[in-house]
Design a protein around this ligand. Sequence first.
Ligand code: ADP
Ligand code: ZN
Ligand code: ZN
Length: 659
Amino acid sequence: MTILQIALDVPLPRLFDYRLTGESQGSFVGRLVKVPFGQGVKFGVVVNEAATSDHPEAKLKSAELIDGLPALPADWLALCQFCARYYHYPLGQVMAFALPPLLRKGKMPRALKLKVGAGETAPSSNTATPDQVAAIEAITGTSGFQTFLLHGVTGSGKTEVYLRAIAAVLERGGQALMLVPEIALTPQLESRVSARFPGAHVVSAHSGVADAARARAFLAARGGHAAIVLGTRLSVFMPMPRLQLIVVDEEHDASFKQQDGLRYSARDVAIFRARQRDIPIVLGSATPSLETFHHATSGRYSLLELPLRAVAAAMPTVTTVDTRKQKLQDGLSAEMISAIGERLGRGEQSLIFLNRRGYAPVLACPACGWISHCRRCAANLVLHLADRRLRCHHCGLEVMIPHACPGCGNLDLQPFGRGTQRLEAALTERFPAARILRIDRDSADSPRKWQTLLATIHAGGADILVGTQMLAKGHDFPKLTLVGVVGADAALFAADFRAPERLFAQLMQVGGRSGRAHLPGAVLIQTEYPDHPLYRALIDHDYAAFANEQLAERQAAGFPPFAFQALLRAEAPEIAQALEFLGTAVAAAEALGTSDIMLYDPVPMRLARLKNRERAQLLVESRSRPALQNFLAGWITQLYALKTPRELRWHLDVDPQEF
Ligand code: ADP
Ligand code: ZN
Ligand code: ZN
């Protein structure tokens, strides 16, 4: 009898044995099946066939094959197995995540009409620059696995390089996968790609795509009909039998790392996939992650540089304004106010970047010291004046603004600090005739609103933009000549060692929005630390100087990329329960032996309470990735075997990005 070993969507790191109903001809590995499980049914994927089972065969229940989805290819199964192993996450749950929701439930979408073949490529209207030519030749001249870092500022023509490399792949009859950050996948990019490859079937995959379309995209990729898959992190799991090239644009972007469930890095999984398929992968960025830059300068990756903007345009001039030397007006310096005024006079746009949404980060009572706390989180409630609410940015709790202090009855509650709404209000007061547009997750809370806002900006319908990092990722703003940065200093001294890296990337990106060929751009940074190396590097447009300085610091401190990390996190109603679990985990680790492994003490997380759950974490570190992986593999088996209170949850985060 053939026993099917099936991966099911259950939180256990094991496969389940079933018999096959009816005929048993051929191989069933990779097939989607429906099985009885507990009181109900589940869908799963056949991972192995075996002749015998550890369970009495007579007791095995039978599995039913689902038609319509051809067997998932071997390399797709191997990709899921890699993720299960590397992220120490149950294989069945990896597969359930990698499959579109409809297919995962055994439902097949109706077929769709396909464009046949890869078709013609529309010629680009530009001649590639010598730097672009060199990059394209390096990429298209590579047949086997090779990781390229394409390093070039915004507007240097990276996308043009991707498109030409993709064109070469399509000519050879291959498929290409292009991953982009969450918010960068705009209709503009989709139409740029489709316009370039009018005959090719291009599918988009991101969380906003409806279930049926997502399932169809998966099937089109699986069948090899989709020549190009363009999508956010989850599209790294698209099966593509003729895959010949992977592109990861803005490879440093935090959205490539998933922060729940399967905590994978799509960029890292994409690199594994390129190696597995023995094909080239291109990582593109103006501000590569330090991990990637380190590999590129140490020779592991191949470095391709586009040092100049493609269209003749100078880089914006970057200047700091020392805010220790003056009294700010509503948070704005005299220099900033006059720079905005000049732009208004010339009919140009300004963008003021403040990475904090809401009106003020906290509402406080000067009389008794009461401040607006979230009752479910260890965090403050943020004042949102626009809709007269106090809101928790961590759990979403909303309450009305109290008219008097809940502590002492004082009527004079004061907003403390500054967010985008308050800045918008101040600018409105100062420049009453200007059209001011605020862009943050409150004003652009749906893709549709975000598109509308972008269209307004593009059409020249705003004089001053105020916004968070969302703005940094918008497309070309043709009349934008001033970028003002306020409130950025906090990130210089944040506890998270990656904070400066993120700040530098944000400021480079937002600064890169300003200036065009005929309209030179300026970036003005308000700071109390005008001599900080991060700002100096921005002034000099010197990413490498910043990166090398950070890498030296990381090496001295033994941080990634010079060490490899994993976090074991636990949450429970009481912090003591979470800490106790982590303590037990430490004991289990010590019993296993921890040579080459460094275990830190369990500590409450920085945001120690979230939605009424207390959270703690334990950092595990090693100089060697294999040593860390070996250790984790043994450790997690022990962790699964531990008896834990019902209300305790734990998970492992490999290569954590946030602490
Ligand atoms: P990036 O992806 O690095 O931001 P893009 O590829 O989007 O850069 O190029 C920026 C702008 O320059 C686009 O409008 C693009 O059409 C144009 N461009 C790119 N390469 C060239 C070139 N070789 N000659 C002229 N214009 C170019
Ligand atoms: Zn009070
Ligand atoms: Zn909260």
